[in-house]
Write a protein that binds this ligand. Structure first.
Ligand SMILES: CC(C)(COP(=O)(O)OP(=O)(O)OC[C@H]1O[C@@H](n2cnc3c(N)ncnc32)[C@H](O)[C@@H]1OP(=O)(O)O)[C@@H](O)C(=O)NCCC(=O)NCCS
Length: 183
């Protein structure tokens, strides 16, 4: 089994190419409204690589509030390259992500996904009935697992992003570089 490691900043393009292949529709999802313009939680952007060093699996977790004042993480996207599926890599990515999140002291993980896949990792809709996403979602697919017992008791409200904003490139710097190039 390939090692599961922290994604490096140089791998952003490789990760997006993998996601384009596995989940081309990801930008239409309500979860994207939570991820957009944010950085993933520290230490919780994970990757696995094939024998030639190319990225073959990715999963990231994001700081959220599950209703007012209830810190948690949103998981996703999880993707495994089609050539590497059905050999336990997706499961290994999930166990690594949940184990690291627990070690880092996080209280709960929420995701929007297929219950038949995610229930094997302890996810269910048992505690998400009072939560909603900032866009269209199927309540039966809004799933959660507690890393600290009772962390999601009574949660109610909008799931909203609380992670750090990703730095935007400076427009002035881009224009200056372009002017210099064409001079
Ligand atoms: C979902 C995904 C990450 C699983 O990766 P994987 O490495 O094949 O996962 P594993 O090897 O750990 O598990 C494979 C098992 O999960 C099952 N499985 C995969 N996707 C499933 C789904 N959406 N619903 C139910 N079961 C699913 C497989 O049938 C297989 O079952 P088996 O163990 O009984 O043979 C991978 O199929 C993928 O990248 N899919 C496209 C992206 C995606 O849809 N991600 C979000 C999923 S909601």
């Amino acid at each position: 089994m390939t090692a599961i490691v922290a994604e490096t900043w140089e791998e952003a393009a490789a990760r997006e190419a993998l996601l384009d292949l596995c989940m081309p529709q990801r930008f239409e999802k309500a979860s994207e409204l939570i991820r957009e313009g944010r950085l993933p939680a520290d230490g919780l952007a994970l990757a696995a690589h094939g024998p030639d060093g190319r990225m073959v699996a990715t999963v990231r977790l994001w700081h959220i509030s599950a209703g007012p004042g209830r810190p948690a993480l949103l998981l996703g996207p999880l993707a495994v390259h089609p050539w590497f599926r059905d050999r336990g890599l997706g499961g290994a990515m999930m166990h690594a992500a949940l184990g690291r999140a627990a070690d880092l002291g996080h209280a709960a993980v929420i995701l929007v996904g297929d219950a038949p896949y995610y229930q094997r990792f302890g996810f269910s809709a048992a505690k998400t009935g009072g939560l909603w996403m900032p866009g269209p979602f199927d309540p039966a697919r809004l799933l959660a697992v507690e890393l600290k017992r009772g962390a999601l008791d009574g949660v109610r409200g909008l799931i909203s992003p609380t992670g750090d904003l990703a730095a935007k490139p400076s427009l002035e710097a881009l224009i200056a570089a372009d002017v210099k190039r064409s001079a």
